[in-house]
Design a protein around this ligand. Structure first.
Ligand SMILES: Cc1cc2nc3c(=O)[nH]c(=O)nc-3n(C[C@H](O)[C@H](O)[C@H](O)COP(=O)(O)OP(=O)(O)OC[C@H]3O[C@@H](n4cnc5c(N)ncnc54)[C@H](O)[C@@H]3O)c2cc1C
Length: 400
């Protein structure tokens, strides 16, 4: 079942990602890290990437499915292969790439055909790069997704949203943001609704970038919704969708689809750190003196390689299950709990191998060490994943 032979087409795609990564993503990620500024939306690289089709949806992408020559669905497996490679070159610059991003899964899974066309169709337009965003987190509700307080109040033909969101990737440059709100805080998850809020909507205010320790190449934005009026047509799935109590399920399904991709990005960062440490060790230790004298170094490298391999396999398993449309919640959570923690250890060991050179900015590894922490936080922290796994293992019902 765990077949990851990419095949010639996928191998060619990965090679294109490698070229993109070497020539653009890594240099732009380093530049952003040094200047402390995200890559500007108007950067010519984004226009060029868009023209090449990067992030742009093709005619069949509306369904979010890709079927290989064998008739098998392969989108999730292709996704993890590309995500690891992108993150290897620079995870921050990769997230800055145009496209609907995390906003796409809820539109695909919950949106009506008309909404899918209206919000995703524009991502097929080759004229200029576009971004989408996904806004769940609030200043007082991160892990406890059910505790969001952004309110949605029906008013005539539309809805009025009030509240605040924080740390939303690419929100400043997004054409639209999928905003999660509640019609009844006492109802918990059953009260959740997802609205697509278009850029420029009155009441979408105070948009500002947060300063973060790593992944500087893309903006994490906070904003306020002040009596922000949204048409009924922008309620994802329409009211019928929520009468079926599918709102929270929709959000969670989005996470199950994207968690293996986030987890495998940690693998990509870890692999970059491992490569840097191995090159350094070969240059400074192994070639200079016999290998056995440096067991402490080589044992670290072996540990790093093992952790990377195990983490990658967990991500692949979760993605494979997604492709064959089997439940993958526990596997996605295992991947997400394991891979970022493993990647944090790997980047830390890489720093140790480099010694004092490791903390020098021009060595790149210290940047990876700062970049990798966010992978443990986003899309459900490591602690939350462990809770999800434990609930399943002891047979508690899944959150509903
Ligand atoms: C770089 C970056 C990009 C992001 N992008 C987005 C985005 O695009 N859209 C979006 O909606 N959000 C985004 N987020 C927000 C992210 O999803 C939240 O930070 C995350 O869900 C954790 O929430 P929190 O930060 O409020 O931490 P809290 O929920 O306040 O948790 C704080 C700590 O307590 C732990 N904890 C919480 N509850 C428990 C528990 N029950 N048992 C044990 N430990 C617990 C957590 O693991 C964590 O270590 C982003 C965050 C970052 C850092």
């Amino acid at each position: 079942m765990l077949s990851f032979d990419p095949g010639p087409e996928m191998a060619a795609e990965l090679e294109r990602v490698r070229v993109l990564g070497r020539e653009f993503l890594r240099p732009l990620g380093i530049e952003a890290d040094l200047t402390g500024e995200a890559i500007p939306a108007a950067h010519p690289f984004f226009q060029k990437a868009w023209e090449l089709g990067i992030g742009r949806l093709g005619p069949d992408d509306r369904e979010g499915r890709e079927v290989g020559n064998s008739g098998e669905r392969t989108a999730a497996r292709r996704g993890v292969l590309v995500a690891e490679e992108l993150a290897y070159w620079d995870r921050g610059a990769a997230v800055a790439l145009p496209g609907p991003g995390l906003g796409a899964p809820p539109v695909r899974r919950m949106g009506t055909p008309e909404q899918q066309e209206r919000f995703l169709g524009r991502f097929r337009d080759p004229s200029r790069p576009r971004w989408g965003a996904f806004a769940m987190t609030e200043p007082a509700a991160g892990s406890d997704v059910a505790g969001i307080r952004t309110s949605a109040r029906r008013d005539g033909e539309g809805w009025v949203l009030s509240g605040a969101k924080t740390f939303i990737s690419n929100a400043i440059r997004a054409d639209w943001i999928v905003v999660w709100a509640t019609v009844d805080p006492a109802a918990g998850r059953a009260g959740h609704r997802a609205f697509v809020v278009e850029r420029g909507t009155p009441g979408l205010e105070d948009m500002r970038a947060e300063h973060k320790m790593g992944l500087i190449a893309y903006e994490s934005a906070s904003f306020t919704l002040r009596d922000c009026r949204v048409p009924s047509a922008n309620l994802l799935g329409g009211e019928d969708h929520y009468r079926a109590r599918a709102g929270f399920k929709g959000a969670m399904e989005s996470f199950n689809a994207t968690r293996p991709m986030i987890a495998v990005m940690a693998v990509g960062i870890a692999r970059a750190a491992y490569d840097a440490a191995r090159a350094f060790a070969r240059e400074h230790y192994v070639l200079a003196r016999p290998l056995p004298r440096h067991q402490r170094i080589t044992a670290k490298l072996a540990r790093m390689a093992r952790k990377i391999e195990v983490a990658r396999l967990l991500c692949w398993r979760a993605a494979t299950l997604a492709d064959v449309e089997q439940p993958n919640q526990i596997e996605a959570s295992m991947a997400k709990a394991f891979a970022p923690a493993a990647a944090q250890e790997v980047t830390s060991l890489a720093l140790e191998i480099l010694g004092e050179a490791g903390v020098r900015q021009d060595r790149y590894v210290e940047k990876l060490y700062r970049d990798v922490k966010a992978m443990d936080i986003v899309e459900g922290t490591g602690q939350i994943q462990r809770i999800v796994i434990a609930r399943r293992l002891v047979g508690y019902p899944a959150a509903s």
